[in-house]
Ligand binder design. Structure first.
Ligand code: SAH
Length: 239
């Protein structure tokens, strides 16, 4: 799969292997030893690494980043609240570096993604090639100017003025289809909801906060830092 053939793992750290020798802070692992080893491999100074197959998340950690991506906590909401399945056809805009589009492509039958900027379109296209994703079509297009597709199951808009695309989305969605606008500020939410309400049913406007915990000996408590506000998720439906 993809350019990364194996992952080396040691003491909580991953090192990708594409080709050649792998240089790590626990020594060098030669290509020759990697090719003949199974399960584990040793560096030139005798440190042992586990050899793993990279999974989708390992590969996603290596994609090129353009603008701010949608976080995994919010992608969970998008997938579950729209009921996307392997039969769904889904559109997202803008693509950015493609982070959301790539997740969607693992769950939907087909994904179409619009990106207005050529530089981001190129980054996302390179990332798509790296991940070897086949059911995604990225288009260098302005979603405010129109949507060519019809009969979509869901649309996700991660751009500053989604109200400018609301009518296009309405015409592109099938009856019962969902639209999610992902908006950092409540001022944007107000503008979007006002326009969306003219055609869509507003289901909910949600914010997700993620708080991790430390569980080590007597230190059993929430961490001080948390993943707080990223954006509001505005869920509306064509009914
Ligand atoms: N969801 C993406 C990040 C998107 S960032 C991810 O998870 O990686 C917002 C993107 O929207 C930017 O790349 C920006 O260029 C694009 N954009 C802004 N206005 C647009 C428009 N009218 N049509 C298409 N893309 C647009």
């Amino acid at each position: 799969m993809a350019e990364i053939k194996k992952m080396l793992y040691r003491n909580g750290k991953f090192y990708p292997w594409k080709s050649g020798d792998v240089h790590t802070d626990a020594g060098m692992v030669t290509e020759a030893s990697l090719k003949k080893s199974k399960g584990t491999v040793k560096s030139h100074i005798g440190n042992e690494f586990k050899i793993l197959e990279p999974n989708f998340l390992d590969l996603m950690a290596k994609i090129k980043r353009g603008p701010q991506i949608i976080t995994k906590k919010d992608i969970g909401f998008i997938l579950t609240e729209t009921g996307i399945t392997k039969d769904s056809v889904v559109l997202d805009a803008g693509t950015g570096s493609g982070y959301l589009a790539f997740f969607l492509s693992q769950h939907a039958k087909e994904v179409i993604s619009y990106e207005i900027r050529e530089d981001f379109f190129k980054i996302a296209s390179e990332n798509q090639k790296f991940l070897e994703i086949k059911n995604l079509k990225i288009k260098n297009k302005d979603v405010y100017k129109g949507i060519e597709e019809k009969n979509l199951d869901a649309v996700i808009l991660d751009l500053p003025e989604p109200q400018l695309a609301v009518l296009h989305v309405f015409n592109a969605l099938k009856e019962g289809g969902f639209l999610i606008a992902y908006l950092p500020t409540i001022v944007q939410v107000e503008k979007f909801i006002k326009t969306a309400r003219e055609n869509f049913t507003v289901i909910k406007i949600t914010e997700l906060l993620e708080r991790d915990w430390t569980v080590e000996g007597l230190v059993v408590r929430p961490e001080t830092q948390m993943l707080g506000h990223t954006a509001f998720l505005c869920l509306v439906r064509k009914i």
